[in-house]
Design a protein around this ligand. Structure first.
Ligand code: DX5
Ligand code: ZN
Length: 214
């Protein structure tokens, strides 16, 4: 069964503790946490210190999505946050394999992320070293963007490429209830949702999203 991963970037920062409680009360297993540096992507969000503090105040597993230049310089700090899942953008570094190995050696799940313009076949030589592939379904950095339809084909192709392997497919960006059903059908296992969950009626939106998972 596919799983919804709420993206804390979409939450109300002034009520962060309440938002975390709400997600825990809704039996959320994994929280998606964006780390943005203002260089690899234009936005700036949660650094390792903030992530470590959130992690201490929560029972959920953390899935840290690193969107930063030179991730090899920061990977140790990210591992030290305690996050159970850590992903690195394929495009962000010439040292993607080195970083994945570091994540695995630390006993965490390692993910590689690809932007909408990056073909999944580039991941061929990394398949032995990863636990999940995060397919960006928008260009990273800004929430509230429209899901890129071509991503459905990429999810299906990725599913074929990893056949027989213990690798999960995660998607992130522009997912609402209708799209959650489509990406699940295409083969997504982990579905990140920000704006379509943290809206005026988060409880009913979240429950509808969860109910659509089969
Ligand atoms: C965007 C982030 C996403 C973001 C998704 O770069 O990686 O995790 O929170 O937000 P929505 O679901 O609103 O597109
Ligand atoms: Zn993300």
């Amino acid at each position: 069964m596919a799983q919804i991963l709420p993206s804390i970037f979409g939450a109300n920062i002034l009520r962060l503790q309440d938002e975390i409680r709400f997600l825990e009360d809704e039996s959320t297993e994994i929280l998606h946490v964006d780390l943005m540096d203002g260089t690899y992507v234009s936005n700036i969000a949660f650094g390792p210190n903030q992530i470590a503090a959130m992690k201490k105040g929560s029972k959920m597993m953390f899935d840290v999505h690193m969107m930063l230049a030179n991730p090899e310089r920061h990977i140790d700090e990210v591992i030290n946050t305690g996050a159970e899942m850590i992903s690195v953008h394929y495009e962000s570094t010439p040292h993607v394999h080195f970083i994945l190995q570091k994540i695995k050696k630390a006993g965490r799940k390692a993910g590689v992320v690809i932007n909408p313009g990056t073909p999944e076949r580039l991941l061929e030589y990394l398949l032995d070293d990863i636990d999940y592939i995060l397919i960006m379904t928008i260009n990273p950095g800004q929430p509230g963007q429209t899901f890129i339809d071509k991503s459905l084909e990429k999810i299906r192709n990725t599913k074929k490429m990893i056949a027989g392997r213990n690798i999960q497919i995660e998607v992130d960006g522009g997912v609402n209830l209708e799209i959650a059903k489509k990406v699940q059908e295409a083969g997504a296992d982990l579905i990140v949702v920000g704006g379509a969950l943290f809206n005026d009626s988060p409880k009913s939106s979240y429950q509808a999203l969860k109910a659509a998972m089969v």
